[in-house]
Design a protein around this ligand. Structure first.
Ligand code: NAG
Ligand code: NAG
Ligand code: NAG
Ligand code: NAG
Ligand code: NAG
Ligand code: NAG
Length: 266
């Protein structure tokens, strides 16, 4: 069965038009696997100024008379290195990529939609999706981890943050992260299916899935994290395997094959 399946893309890092198709297989059950708890520790190195800032302002409020730095309404795109130690020159273990929106009227506060991708060690190639408020002026704060990819498929958890160093003049922030995630040991090969509740895709008409993750568009085969859904996909978690089926840069047409695996509740 071929069904055009429209995903509600909360965060799609993709500049072209796209068409998604899903091949759904009915009634396939898979075990979710053993739950694991992993703790990660690293530092986020953010630079807002200089020749190579890792966070850039892409939009802001029309009225800039407040003179405040990063006032309410500012949107930043970030690509911050993650390092093993607090020293900016220590080993890079990944990158935090996504959006930070200044969303506090009373106090400086950001809402983050960020993919934390790891590039070394056991979790090389895996990433975590964060969708959360970040009250940056509180010394100790917490972020919600809502999903992940690779070894972090269907992850849930939280990150405890502590500002290690901040200099507004230099535009430098070093933030210590201690992340606790619950994830699963899943089988490597899974087809298009729903674990637990298996019905054909047509029945999901009107039930969107929420995606929050990096999309490495130039890689032929890639994965997205599904962090939630509506309707029949309420509280869904899962992942989508993608393959670029057709791409024409001139016409801007891209056809992408999606195999979606979601865990839902009956
Ligand atoms: C913003 O800065 C300008 C120039 O320094 C000053 O005239 C203005 O009063 C400042 N606005 C606020 C709201 O502080
Ligand atoms: C506000 O924006 C105007 C127009 O872009 C610019 O001339 C002015 O310097 C800005 N003021 C501040 C405080 O950033
Ligand atoms: C991480 O994985 C990539 C892709 O598989 C590989 O090229 C790279 O060498 C790995 N890096 C480390 C530090 O293991
Ligand atoms: C920020 O950095 C500047 C330039 O290096 C320095 O003069 C200033 O003292 C620093 N401020 C803080 C609060 O560390
Ligand atoms: C999707 O699943 C089908 C059937 O198992 C398989 O042939 C295809 O290669 C898969 N595609 C991707 C992108 O994972
Ligand atoms: C892209 O589409 C244009 C216009 O239809 C066509 O001329 C061109 O050959 C296509 N390119 C590829 C790589 O398919």
């Amino acid at each position: 069965m071929d069904t055009n399946h429209h995903l509600l893309l909360l965060f799609l890092l993709f500049p072209l038009n796209f068409v998604s198709q899903c091949h759904a297989h009915d009634h396939e059950y898979h075990f979710i696997g053993k739950e694991k708890v992993t703790t990660l520790h690293f530092y986020v190195q953010e630079t807002l100024k200089g020749d190579h800032p890792s966070a850039i302002e892409v939009a802001g409020p029309k009225d800039n008379s407040s003179n405040q730095t990063l006032p309410f309404g500012t949107v930043l795109v970030i690509d911050d290195p993650l390092t093993e130690g607090s020293d900016p020159n220590s080993k890079v273990v990944g990158r935090a990529q996504g959006l930070a929106v200044s969303a506090g009227q009373q106090q400086l506060l950001f809402v983050l939609a960020v993919d934390f991708g790891f590039t070394s060690g056991e979790f090389n190639g895996s990433s975590l999706s964060v969708l959360s408020r970040n009250p940056v002026f509180e010394t100790e704060r917490e972020l919600a981890v809502v999903g992940g990819l690779g070894k972090f498929r269907m992850a849930r958890g939280f990150a405890k943050l502590r500002t290690y160093y901040s200099n507004v003049t230099l535009g430098v922030n070093i933030i210590e992260y201690t992340v606790t995630v619950f994830h699963y040991e899943l089988a490597q090969v899974l087809n298009c299916l729903c674990i637990g509740l298996c019905v054909p895709f047509g029945e999901f008409n009107g039930s969107p899935l929420n995606v929050l993750s990096r999309n490495t568009v130039l890689e032929t085969k890639r994965e997205l994290a599904i962090v939630g859904g509506q309707g029949k996909f309420r509280m869904a978690r899962g992942f989508a395997n993608l393959r670029t089926h057709y791409m024409n840069a001139t016409t801007g047409v891209v056809v992408i094959e999606y195999n979606v695996t979601v865990l839902t509740c009956e």
